[in-house]
Design a protein around this ligand. Structure first.
Ligand code: HEC
Length: 143
């Protein structure tokens, strides 16, 4: 067998193996939450949740995972204009209309498990209820 053939076979095997892992991961909401976090949040809040100094707040010690938990699903879906924060640059949290309510729920629980291990998981019922009455801002930039 030529070296080229071996290489092609190896790439195919890796491809098959990775689709198999992806499928088995779909069963696990926490793993989905982790992937969603990496895809939708880590660009700004960083993979370790620490944010970007003076520009993007940390989510490791955020009120949104404590007293303001009920408004977190709306924040994730509709974003937040940078009106009230202390950080110096004018950066908004963008809207995210791609994630379903289940995905929002999973990403919140991923953050809980990772940075707030004492908190109980949020239920899909709570997340659905909290998403019902979001105050939709008049003007947002989308994705
Ligand atoms: C384009 C960058 C960007 C992305 C992507 C992003 N955020 Fe944000 N996020 C921000 C900015 C900027 C703020 C601060 C907004 C403000 O306070 O005005 C913020 C605020 C927050 C806060 C509130 C922090 C606090 O205590 O004030 C939470 C929680 C949060 N984001 C979670 C998430 C989650 C979860 C995702 C992924 C689903 C996400 N963000 C995606 C930029 C981003």
């Amino acid at each position: 067998m030529s070296k080229m053939m071996i290489l092609i076979l190896a790439i195919m095997l890796v491809g098959i193996a990775s689709t198999m892992t992806l499928q088995s991961c779909n069963d696990n909401t926490y793993v989905q939450g982790a992937r969603l976090y990496t895809f939708h949040c880590a660009n700004c809040h960083m993979e370790d949740g620490s944010g970007l100094e003076n520009v993007i707040p940390s989510i490791i010690e955020s009120k949104y995972f404590g007293a303001k938990l009920d408004s977190l699903p709306c924040l994730i879906r509709h974003g937040k204009a940078n009106l009230t924060t202390s950080h110096s640059m004018m950066v908004d949290m963008p809207v995210n209309y791609q994630m379903t309510e289940y995905e929002i729920n999973n990403v919140i629980n991923h953050i809980f498990v990772t940075w707030y291990p004492d908190r109980e998981a949020v239920t899909i019922q709570d997340t659905k209820k909290n998403l019902k009455d979001c105050p939709v801002p008049a003007m947002r930039y989308g994705q």
